[in-house]
Design a protein around this ligand. Structure first.
Ligand code: FES
Length: 105
């Protein structure tokens, strides 16, 4: 199990929005929906572009570049042009701070 890395204050991530953060050099996109926080590598599996500016639908993140959709719960690619899942990370809030588990190893 990887270490937990503090990335941002909980208040900085608004319901229904996304936020790009850095996890020890790894670009990560946070998303909050339905009171839950999701964390994924900030890199679309379609062509590697950053996911900044993605829109959230019910349980789904929509890439701003070519419209691929991914399940927030597990990163699964739901429609073309993406076919591979996003890399997801475990996330928690401790003492008002969002932490991501660095499980790259
Ligand atoms: S870069 Fe995300 S759908 Fe093309």
């Amino acid at each position: 199990m990887g270490d937990w890395v503090s990335v941002e204050g909980d208040a900085a991530l608004v319901e229904g929005e996304t936020l790009a953060v850095d996890m020890d050099g790894v670009p990560v996109l946070l998303a909050r929906q339905g009171g839950c926080i999701f964390a994924m590598e900030n890199r679309c599996s379609h062509d590697g572009s950053e996911l900044n500016g993605s829109q959230l639908e019910e349980g789904v993140l929509v890439c701003p570049h070519h419209g691929a959709k991914f399940a927030l719960k597990n990163g699964e690619a739901l429609c073309a042009p993406a076919y591979e899942p996003l890399t997801m990370f475990a996330v928690r809030v401790e003492g008002g701070v969002i932490q991501i588990q660095d499980d790259r190893w």
